[in-house]
Design a binder for this molecule. Structure first.
Ligand code: DAH
Length: 342
């Protein structure tokens, strides 16, 4: 015998191991295992052998074939997995990258402002209180020291509801609240009822309504935040300090505030508070004052025992100032080019 099967197997195994491509593996398979291969050619010598010798040669050929097949298969798998790895490296998609690019939505700038205001006041020790948008005349006006036909009622262009159509509501005049101030009354009555106060330190953000035509500085539906503090010995100094702390926390340390005498039926004395602008001018932000004794009484509190201050301002107007928005209507026209800036 000229060539031993095991020799062919050894030589072939080395060749498979050194092959660099799947095509090369295939070529080698034809060379070492195909019908024209040296191994297959050995069958021709069977005719010169006796039965015992054929058996020996047959099993040597089988062993060689198995070894060569295993070498081919092993190398093919190595090359395939290397090719997969190379493909992944070049065509791979970085999913974290696509996450960054995805256009995710976010809260409306008014919601962001509302939530920031809550955060600022909560960090100052206030809690958040709530009240209905459909109010009674009593909560919106009368309890706030604005009896029927009080001339100052005309300061609030009110949307009244025809409650005669609604059964079971009694004679109460319903309206869409024109400010968040009725939550002052609700907070006092709630505290008295639940025995949870005074002291009361609450802010009440919410939606309010006025019979107004929308223009650059007015919206018929807008947002306010009300603040109410009731405790013993509260003074105008506490009010001024609270406003100043708020302005610094919300707008930054270089901003300041001032109080200007004004009139509101539910506070006495009353003031308007302004914040400083970069150019040295003052921007009017909201109203405030010491809670009127009649308001404390309507809230179920004794004005001899308790005193407090209140303030209220527009959330939309504050966002307008903070972000330099020219026209309040931008907030409600839902133009994504405007909204996506915030
Ligand atoms: N409710 C007033 C308004 O809508 C704002 C206001 C002024 C609220 C003075 C107050 C206050 O709590 O003390 O115009």
């Amino acid at each position: 015998m000229t060539v031993e099967p095991s020799q062919i197997a050894d030589e072939g195994s080395v060749a498979f191991a050194q092959s660099e491509t799947l095509e090369a593996v295939h070529e080698l398979e034809l060379t070492y295992l195909g019908p024209q291969s040296v191994l297959s050619g050995l069958k021709a010598s069977f005719k010169d052998l006796d039965v015992a010798e054929r058996k020996v040669l047959g099993s040597q050929m089988n062993a060689a074939r198995q070894k060569l097949e295993a070498a081919a298969q092993g190398r093919r798998e190595e090359l395939e997995s290397a090719a997969r790895a190379a493909q992944l490296a070049t065509e791979g998609v970085d999913l974290s990258e696509s996450l960054g690019k995805a256009k995710l939505g976010h809260s409306h700038v008014i919601t962001q402002t509302w939530e920031r205001l809550e955060d600022v006041f909560c960090s100052m020790g206030f809690t958040v209180a709530d009240g209905p948008e459909v109010e009674t005349d009593w909560f919106n006006f009368e309890a706030l020291n604005l009896p029927p036909a009080h001339p100052a009622r005309s300061l609030w262009d009110t949307l009244y509801l025809d409650s005669s159509q609604l059964e079971g509501l009694g004679q109460e005049q319903l309206l869409l609240r024109t400010h968040t101030s009725p939550v002052q009354i609700r907070s006092m009555l709630r505290a008295v009822r639940d025995n949870s106060g005074p002291p009361i330190y609450v802010v009440c953000p919410g939606r309010v309504y006025r019979r107004d035509t929308a223009d650059a500085t007015h919206l018929p539906v807008f947002h306010q935040i009300e603040g109410l503090v009731i405790d013993r010995g509260i003074t105008m100094g506490d009010l001024a300090g609270t406003i100043e702390s708020f302005v610094k926390a919300y707008f930054g340390e270089n901003m300041t505030s001032r109080l200007r005498p004004s009139y509101f039926p539910f506070t006495e004395p009353s003031a308007e508070f302004d914040i400083s602008a970069a150019d040295g001018s003052w921007l009017e932000v909201g109203g405030c004052g010491m809670v009127h004794p009649n308001v404390l009484k309507a809230g179920g509190l004794d004005p001899e025992e308790w005193s407090g201050f209140a303030f209220g301002f527009g959330i939309d107007r504050l966002a307008k100032i903070r972000y330099g928005v020219e026209d309040l209507r931008e907030f409600v026209t839902n133009d994504v080019r405007f909204l996506s800036q915030f």
